[in-house]
Design a protein around this ligand. Structure first.
Ligand code: GDP
Length: 314
């Protein structure tokens, strides 16, 4: 199965949750009449209320022979460092902009992060069904924003789709294309987003390392740490440790549960290896930006050099 790892970036309310729900409904991973949990990605408020920060949810959809992993990103500037860490897990982004509101502060904020990481967005001008939609002006404002953010020529050559996430369609040509489903968007993602880079150090002969991207407290599993495995492989119940950014040992523990993402669900797996995005339970104190690794590893992973250390959150 082919893999694409993407993030959808947007200003709040521009329709990210609705679009992901539709992608799920139209993808192979959800059966026709299966009950769809409403507002799949949108539990952040709840978690904030509980004083827990959970910033990325991973959803995976299947289209033909391709699995598309969609990582949710916060749009808010408060989460600057988090946004960079999350975007460093993906190879492409969909920039979603409301056709009536056009470019907004969070559009600018998250786009600047994506461009700095060298990603070329697929631009989706959304909510075309709105009476007050202004697709042409919105596209111009997006282009101006790319220029203002010093996008390079490769990035300026972005593709544009017009969509109604709510009605579940996307088209490349508003005047001539039939508005039937989201297959133009699925196809664009598969065509434009690079395949995940070949992982050189995957397999049991390499030490396991993973940078923690997000943290959550699960009522059953306790502390759950999510990230993409950088090198090596991990099997359930393996003894691992957590290193802080300065290399000091945060804790040693057993990885009691490994969870992979399928559709909206997280499924337990026995083993995962470099390139996989997984959630690990069993640790007590490790947090965002720590490195989880084999006990023999001494050096933490640094997420990316342009991302200054952010304070760990609990
Ligand atoms: P998010 O904050 O980006 O996740 O946005 P939501 O998906 O929660 O959508 C915000 C609001 O816009 C909700 O009231 C949606 O019903 C509405 N919305 C989402 N997509 C569309 C669309 O394609 N057309 C219209 N007219 N409204 C939409």
């Amino acid at each position: 199965m082919n893999i694409r790892n993407i993030a959808i970036i947007a200003h709040v309310d521009h329709g990210k949750t609705t679009l992901v729900d539709q992608l799920l409904k139209q993808s192979g991973s959800v059966r026709e009449n299966q009950h769809m949990e409403e507002r799949a990605l949108d539990s952040n408020d709840l978690e904030r209320e509980r004083g827990i920060t959970i910033l990325a949810k991973c959803t995976s959809v299947e289209w033909g022979e391709t699995r598309i992993n969609i990582v949710d990103t916060p749009g808010h500037a408060d989460f600057g460092g988090e946004v960079e860490r999350i975007l460093s897990m993906v190879d492409g982004v969909v920039l979603l902009v409301d056709a009536a509101e056009a470019v907004m502060p969070q559009t600018k904020f998250v786009l600047s992060k994506a461009l700095k990481l060298g990603l070329k967005p697929i631009v989706v001008i959304n909510k075309i069904d709105r009476q007050d939609a202004q697709p042409k002006e919105t596209l111009e404002s997006i282009f101006d924003l790319f220029l203002a953010l010093e996008a390079n020529d490769y990035q300026l050559d972005f593709h544009v789709l017009y969509a109604s996430g709510r009605q579940g369609w996307a088209v490349a040509d508003l005047d001539n294309d039939v508005r039937k489903d989201l297959s133009p968007l699925f196809a664009r993602i598969v065509a434009d987003v690079p395949k995940p880079k070949p992982i050189e150090k995957a397999g049991d002969e390499f030490p396991f390392t993973m940078l923690v991207t997000t943290l959550e407290a699960d009522p059953y599993l306790g502390r759950v740490l999510t990230g993409r495995i950088e090198t090596g492989a991990i099997t359930v119940n393996r003894q691992i440790k957590a290193l802080s950014r300065d290399g000091s040992v945060v804790e040693r523990a057993r990885a009691t549960k490994l969870l992979a993402f399928r559709g909206l669900a997280r499924v337990p797996v026995e083993r995962a290896e470099a390139g996989d995005i997984i959630a690990i339970a069993g640790l007590q104190t490790a947090t965002v930006a720590d490195t989880l690794c084999d006990i023999t590893v001494e050096t933490p992973i640094h997420a990316n050099p342009i991302d200054p250390p952010t304070l760990a959150m609990t």
